[in-house]
Design a protein around this ligand. Structure first.
Ligand SMILES: Nc1ncnc2c1ncn2[C@@H]1O[C@H](COP(=O)(O)OP(=O)(O)OP(=O)(O)O)[C@@H](O)[C@H]1O
Ligand SMILES: [Mg+2]
Length: 325
């Protein structure tokens, strides 16, 4: 690790409070993001990806709350900051792009006015400066500045997502957190937007923490990969390494569900069954009920994250021999 990481998440846990039983949607997750790095987060629907990103960005609202852990961003723990302190960092030092820009953008305010509000939250800028910067970031994502006058509904879905990304780049933050920013788009628009995000990231130097269902997207774009299952990290490491030699059976299942990314043609096997309820996770390894290589102890023994070469894997089969027995 040459530089200190921009983002260091340590043992972060999030619970949704419920009458009968709290749901731990994020269970002791640790990760780090280096300067300018692209970190992908993958896993099936409901495994806690969005909850994790919201928790990192300090955007959770009740019934969800962080129950343990820290989020160190440029050396400061966001978890213990006040809203006022967080507002100093938001947009300027880190920004968030959500799954649906339609929900994130205010429908009754023009794009330009929303950009202006975000800018003015961080200082006094002249009308000319605001117009310049807003036009500049729109141009970055390939939208003509005339659309500063447009309202969200006047833009296509792809343009709205681009406008959201432009807004996230108003201050050229150190970190942009993205929750499936391209999932609402068709495949062609998705590819082109991803290419743009990657290009901007390379030229502007910001780091990206990126959630997606799409293994082929992360295989093309991410440096590090975090595979989540039932609220936990099951494998984390360099994307290339995880793709070439996935250590965790769940990672192998995910990769088998997307045959094209591994080159050769193979039968689409995917993963049988569905993820467990997070309110009552299975005993032992959370994946054991669906795991093709599960052994007897997997039903009772909870695996930790074990180092396997350059990655870490939460599988008892990857437990180092010294720890066994
Ligand atoms: N409002 C809520 N109240 C209670 N539990 C919730 C709530 N929202 C989410 N959860 C729980 O948190 C888990 C994780 O949800 P989350 O939205 O983070 O998953 P995700 O990985 O982002 O899924 P997707 O891929 O579908 O976006 C869910 O499985 C659910 O059990
Ligand atoms: Mg989600």
């Amino acid at each position: 690790m040459p530089d200190a990481p921009i983002l260091q998440v340590t043992d972060l846990s999030v619970e949704y409070a419920a009458e009968r039983q709290d749901v731990r949607a994020v269970d002791s997750v640790s990760l780090w993001v280096g300067k300018g790095e692209f970190v992908g987060v993958v896993g099936e629907s409901g495994c806690g990806k969005s909850t994790l990103l919201f928790a990192i960005a300090q955007l959770l609202s009740p019934p969800a709350s962080i129950v343990a852990g820290s989020v160190s961003f440029n050396g400061q723990n966001l978890v213990t900051m006040t809203e006022k302190q967080l507002n100093v960092l938001r947009w300027r030092d880190y920004s968030v792009v959500m799954q649906s820009a339609m929900n994130a953008l205010n429908p009754v305010i023009s794009i330009g006015a929303q950009f202006r509000d975000a800018l003015q939250a961080h200082g006094r800028f002249s009308a000319a400066d605001i117009a310049d910067r807003s036009g500049e970031v729109l141009a970055l994502v390939g939208i003509d500045r005339v659309h500063l006058k447009s309202y969200p509904h006047q833009l296509s879905g792809g343009m709205r997502q681009r406008a959201m990304i432009a807004m996230a780049l108003l201050f050229t933050p150190d970190l942009v957190i993205m929750d499936e920013p391209t999932s609402a788009l068709d495949v062609v628009a998705q590819r082109s937007l991803m290419g743009q995000i990657r290009e901007l990231q390379r030229t502007l130097g910001f780091a990206v923490l990126f959630v997606t269902h799409d293994m082929s997207l992360v295989s093309h774009y991410s440096d590090q990969l975090l595979v989540m299952y039932a609220g936990q990290v099951v494998e984390i490491g360099l994307t290339r390494t995880v793709f070439d030699t996935p250590a965790h059976p769940y990672s192998r299942g995910l990769l088998d569900a997307f045959p094209s990314v591994r080159g050769e043609r193979r039968r689409l096997t995917g993963i049988p069954g569905s993820p467990p309820s997070l309110g009552r996770p299975p005993s032992g390894c959370r994946f054991h009920e669906r795991c093709p290589v599960a052994e007897a102890e997997c039903t009772t023994e909870q695996p930790e994250l074990y180092p396997v070469g350059e990655v870490a894997s939460r599988c008892l089969l990857n437990r180092p021999p010294a720890v066994k027995g």
